[in-house]
Write a protein that binds this ligand. Structure first.
Ligand code: TPP
Ligand code: MG
Length: 393
């Protein structure tokens, strides 16, 4: 039997369904409508930094907050450059840069309270420094010293997740637990475009929706999952449509417009905090650097594409807007730049110190009760270290 001839069957589209419905009684209002994102990305500044007409649902945040957003974005960018340089000096094992994604990394943090929880991935080092975590503690994982350099419970920030999308489930569980105990904590889970293809993303979003867990799922769609472009990741018109199937209101935003990112996330966080359940935001952005320092991006994307995103630089865009509003002048810009240099110099200095790491602590805190396998592996490492020391002595 040959394969059926599918070419003669027209694709089903909403247009063809609408035509069929014409002869039927008027359809009730679309119950999916409240969950759907806007057809256009939310944008409050044009790419040059000129304000667009006010948006009825997304008022621009107060100007003092935007100046602070600018300051942390400049520091974040400088931190990121420094971290990339540290990989070249052998001080860091690996670094996934977020250059170009500053509006998302810092905007998300400013939308939260200190008591809220952040669930970051390996890409969010900049976001963690914007949260005020010591940059050396942020880089502990990427230096290969330990699983996490800061105390997650104190900083209300989970360790950076390398297994894709696992943080989506953790965020749902934590947020549900907090709400169950009567607290109005919000959890914000960062994820990338590639992570939306993982089962854990769908399970986390579904659980959060059904149990009204106050989570904001924040997708930074930077167009690539390592070398895999978005067109090979999804056939959906926007990743923001992934919310509707689970009954989660969703929005899409220009991820290189810092004012819009903060406005949209502020509303998303307020929605979750008010007890309405999760919210999903897709930010359209771009990573200017390779996936990590170990990747060669020239093998899968061309220079013209990268250059076209340079014109939408989020730091320049916000600076132009604030200068035009009279909220930023040369003196403040120079002061922020000097602060960023000091921040990077202090980090550089401290990262030159040789880390003192006891390899056996790697096995601590993996489980509350270590498994027999972990006990055995720990013993193997201990014996090897002891033999090394005997050999050296
Ligand atoms: C479960 C799992 N599968 C595969 C990988 C390997 N991996 C690491 S990063 C990455 C790409 C992720 O892309 P995206 O979610 O778009 O995030 P981005 O790196 O662009 O920020 C992949 C496939 C992984 N870490 N975890
Ligand atoms: Mg990506």
């Amino acid at each position: 039997m040959g394969a059926p001839d599918v070419q003669e069957v027209p694709a089903v589209t909403t247009t063809s369904r609408a035509v069929r419905r014409k002869s039927r009684p008027a359809a009730p209002p679309d119950p999916a409508r409240p969950f759907l994102p806007t057809t256009e990305q939310i944008r409050l500044l044009d790419p040059a930094g000129t304000p667009l007409p006010a948006h009825p649902d997304y008022p621009a945040p107060p100007v003092e907050t935007l100046v602070e957003l600018y300051r942390r974005m400049v520091l974040g960018r400088r931190f990121d450059l420094q971290a990339t340089a540290l990989t070249k000096q052998g001080r860091l094992a690996v670094y996934p840069s977020a250059r170009g994604q500053e509006a998302c990394q810092v905007g998300a943090i400013l939308a939260l309270r200190d008591e809220d929880w952040v669930f970051p991935t390996y890409r969010e080092s900049m976001a963690l420094t914007a949260r005020g975590i010591d940059p050396v503690e942020v880089l502990t994982l990427l230096r290969g010293d330990w699983h996490c350099g800061y105390d997650p419970a104190v900083r209300r920030t989970a360790p950076q997740c390398t297994p894709l999308a696992t943080q989506c489930v953790h965020a749902a569980g934590l947020a549900y637990g907090e709400a169950y105990q009567g607290r109005d904590t919000v959890a914000l889970a960062f994820l990338g475009d590639g992570a939306t293809s993982e089962g854990d993303f769908h399970e986390g979003v579904n659980f959060a929706a059904v149990f009204k867990a106050p989570v904001v799922y924040f997708i930074q769609n930077n167009e690539y999952a390592i070398s895999v472009p978005l067109s090979r990741q999804t056939a959906a018109p926007s990743l923001a449509y992934k919310g509707v199937g689970y009954g989660v209101p969703s929005e899409r935003v220009d991820g290189n417009d810092p004012v819009a990112v903060l406005a949209v996330l502020t509303r998303a966080v307020a929605h979750a905090r008010a007890g309405h359940g999760p919210f999903l935001v897709e930010a359209h952005t771009y990573r200017m650097e390779p996936h990590t320092n170990a990747d060669d991006a020239a093998r899968y994307r061309d220079a013209d594409e990268v250059a076209s995103w340079q014109d939408r630089d989020p730091v320049v865009r916000l600076e132009t807007y604030l200068r035009d509003r009279g909220a930023l002048d040369d003196t403040t810009v120079a002061r922020v730049a000097a602060q960023a240099e000091e921040y990077a110099a202090a980090l550089r200095e401290r990262m030159h110190d040789k880390p003192t790491v006891d390899p056996l602590t790697l096995f601590d805190h993996v489980y509350a009760e270590p498994t027999p396998q972990l006990v055995e592996q720990r013993e193997q490492v201990r014996a090897e270290l002891a033999a090394d020391q005997e050999g050296a002595g």
